[in-house]
Write a protein that binds this ligand. Structure first.
Ligand code: SF4
Length: 336
């Protein structure tokens, strides 16, 4: 049976929901081309897939920026690139700041705390700051799981992070392989893939996703979902472009809400099992209502509080929403 000779949602029900096998690229394209009249049905199916293969829990994560701005890379969506005249200034957070931020994150009930730095890859100074930070967070009696997002890594750096007890590493492929050269010219998609391969081989959890709305075609959205499925991340982060002043994408349009929901659902049908996390841009693309719809359309993880350079909604508002939806926040001992 293929997507072309029968209804794609009927195929997905049998293949993804019943058998747990994600849709392939051509099938994903058929999903992304479904009309608005099928959207509700699609979201319902994506929700059933999430409940069946992941369960009702929602993983909550907080993020902190250890080093902000001044990055030498030219990712065209990013206000932290030092190559564009965006208003983000270069800044470092100190160890007490990290400890405080980790404590605040833990107090929201989050189980994951991600330390992020705007760099091509970490240097010795950054890694030693991360090491000291993690040590101080533990000395503060905080047992939250720690994730890092520090750019591209060497094998030696991967090993160092494992030794520090880093549980998950975030490194986004950002977009489809065929579209990547239009988005970034200072490094390649393959270099990113290589870092992800090393992380997986070293036993850290892999978190990888990207940004929707960077001028990719609908075919490239299907391609990207299929490439992520091939990687098989433990977590996939879905961002929607926030056109940042001063960046080459500052004039791009925000992804339309229904289109964004269709994309979220398609990603869930590509990857039935990983955490699918709503990250940056959801407030702008969806507003309150759409965030709820996304949680009922395949999403099972969120970032609470503020993103790196954009303010998010207050954590309490998101936690209330999960309560309304009767979706329990995943407890720390469940994810150890
Ligand atoms: S490597 Fe990261 S921080 Fe640097 S420009 Fe690209 S997305 Fe931004």
């Amino acid at each position: 049976m293929t997507a072309v000779d029968t209804d794609i949602l009927a195929v997905a029900r049998e293949q993804v929901l019943e058998r747990g096998e994600g849709l392939g690229q051509e099938q994903l394209l058929a999903v992304l081309l479904l009309g608005d009249d099928r959207l509700e049905e699609l979201l319902q199916l994506a929700h059933e897939v999430r409940m069946r293969w992941c369960g009702p829990e929602v993983e909550v994560e907080g993020i902190v920026s250890l080093k902000t701005g001044g990055c030498p890379e030219d990712c065209h969506f990013c206000s932290q690139s030092g190559r564009f005249p965006s208003p983000v200034r270069s800044a470092w957070l100190d160890v007490p700041g990290l400890v405080r931020s980790a404590r605040e994150t833990r107090d929201t009930g989050a189980t994951e705390f991600c330390i992020v730095a705007a760099v091509r890859g970490p240097d010795a100074r950054l890694l030693s700051q991360v090491r000291e930070g993690i040590k101080a967070i533990r000395e503060d009696g905080n047992d939250i799981q720690i994730a890092c997002s520090l750019g591209m890594l060497t094998q030696e750096q991967v090993d160092e992070l494992v030794a520090m007890g880093v549980h998950r590493y975030n490194h986004n492929l950002e977009t489809a392989r065929s579209h990547f050269p239009n988005v970034v010219t200072t490094h390649t998609w393959e270099e990113r893939w290589e870092t992800l391969r090393m992380i997986r081989a070293a036993g850290m959890e892999v978190c990888c996703g990207g940004i929707i709305g960077m001028g990719e075609s609908v075919e490239q959205r299907a391609e990207f979902a299929a490439q992520l499925a091939e990687l098989g991340p433990d977590e996939c982060t879905m961002n929607f472009l926030i056109p940042q002043p001063g960046t080459p994408y500052e004039q791009y349009e925000i992804v339309e809400g229904r289109d964004a929901l269709r994309t979220v659902a398609a990603f869930r049908l590509a990857m039935p099992r990983p955490l699918l996390r709503f990250s940056g841009g959801r407030e702008l693309t969806f507003g309150d209502l759409g965030t709820k719809q996304g949680m009922l359309g395949g999403i099972n993880a969120i970032i609470v509080g503020n993103y790196l350079t954009n303010l998010g909604r207050p954590a309490a508002q998101d936690l209330e929403m999960l309560d309304d939806l009767k979706m329990p926040v995943k407890a720390l001992n469940q994810s150890l």
